[in-house]
Design a protein around this ligand. Structure first.
Ligand code: SF4
Length: 145
């Protein structure tokens, strides 16, 4: 059983995680990498608010509960603006803790994709790697609107 921790953007700190848990159950978006595996969401927290003070402390607690895979929630990718610290957090966590950090949880909702294409939010090539697991197909994205 793989144990997963999810970190969400604090702008959505009242989010109940509906889309994340649904996509985990359906193995959609970034959870598609666990297609044939048993997984458990063992931790769910926020970054603590810009510039992400909780990132420094939360992984220790997650690891005590056996977390080996940390997902940055899709809200960090699709927020307005997308989190400007997302790659920094990724590299910081992987350097300091023996966990795998994965960009995204649920598929990008289609309406967010429309806006970000218009806003040119993801022009930098670094975003292609960040987006690759959560882009999904159009019908799936519409299902997450
Ligand atoms: S934009 Fe980034 S640092 Fe700011 S609250 Fe969201 S996840 Fe945290």
């Amino acid at each position: 059983m793989k144990k997963i921790g999810i970190i969400i953007c604090d702008r959505y700190n009242s989010c109940a995680g509906g889309k994340c848990f649904r996509s985990m159950h359906n193995r959609e978006g970034a959870f598609s990498i666990y297609k044939n595996e048993d997984i458990e969401i063992a931790a769910y927290t926020t970054c603590g608010g810009c510039p992400g003070g909780n990132i420094e402390y939360t992984i220790d607690e997650m690891k005590k509960n056996g977390v080996t895979h940390v997902h940055f929630a899709t809200g960090m990718i699709v927020g307005y603006p997308p989190c400007p610290y997302i790659t920094y957090f990724h590299d910081f966590i992987e350097k300091n803790w023996n966990v795998t950090v994965i960009y995204g949880t649920h598929p990008i909702p289609e309406k967010y994709l429309d806006n970000h294409r218009h806003l040119k939010s993801w022009q930098d090539p670094v975003w292609q790697n960040i987006l690759k697991l959560v882009m999904s197909d159009q019908q799936t994205r519409i299902n997450y609107n």
